[in-house]
Design a protein around this ligand. Structure first.
Ligand code: FES
Length: 207
């Protein structure tokens, strides 16, 4: 049996080598914070080793993940993962039950102050109906875009019914000139095609 000495109370506990320190403290109803139930995942049960470093087990993978590999500097260990094989003194002074309870109560008060609306079933039905009506109204306005032609024209804000990206050519031409310009464009295009096919035939002949 090893000796576990608790700072600042000076209490001395006997502990077997295979028992985690947190478990032993719980047996004696000595308070050490813990929120993961001793699974090594919350880091709340952290204590400081004051003496007897040589008599403790090395930290495991999960503990190193939580506290880092800096025991030689901080002397901090998770009491739920700590086992001792000889006399060890640990500091548990920052585990204060009263302070923790006060914190918890303050939190609960804040929660109680927060607005929780409890509605009766009838009220819920009423609200649902109201929402359904609102949605219907919304859908009606949402469909307006389909019937835009029924709306009256606003001279200050003319409708843009697409075609904003028409080719430049057609933007500035009067309707009577349009046919002529289109013919010219056709001719140009045909000329280009002929030239291209002639050039490619020539290059084939050269080969
Ligand atoms: S009790 Fe949560 S890590 Fe030890």
């Amino acid at each position: 049996m090893a000796k576990l000495i608790l700072h600042p109370m000076g209490t001395v506990l006997e502990i077997s080598e295979d028992k985690p320190v947190l478990e032993r403290l719980r047996e004696e109803e000595i308070y050490v914070r813990s929120s993961c139930g001793g699974n090594g995942s919350c880091s709340d049960c952290m204590i400081k080793i004051m003496s007897g470093e040589d008599n403790i087990n090395p930290p495991g993978f999960e503990e190193i993940q939580l506290l880092g590999n800096v025991f030689h500097l901080t002397k901090e260990r998770l009491s739920c993962q700590l086992k001792i094989s000889g006399d060890v003194t640990i500091d548990i002074s920052h585990h204060n039950l009263t302070a923790d309870q006060e914190k918890r109560e303050a939190k609960n008060k804040d929660f109680a102050k927060s607005k929780i609306i409890v509605k009766k079933k009838a009220q819920v039905q009423e609200d649902l109906k109201e929402k359904a009506a609102e949605r219907e109204e919304y859908l009606k306005t949402k469909d307006d875009w389909k019937t835009h032609w029924k709306q009256e024209d606003d001279p200050m804000n003319p409708k843009r019914l697409g075609g904003a990206k028409r080719p430049k050519l057609f933007k500035s031409i009067e309707p009577e000139e349009l046919e002529k310009v289109v013919e010219e464009e056709k001719e140009k295009r045909e000329h280009k095609i002929n030239k291209y096919s002639k050039d490619s035939a020539d290059s084939k002949d050269k080969k």
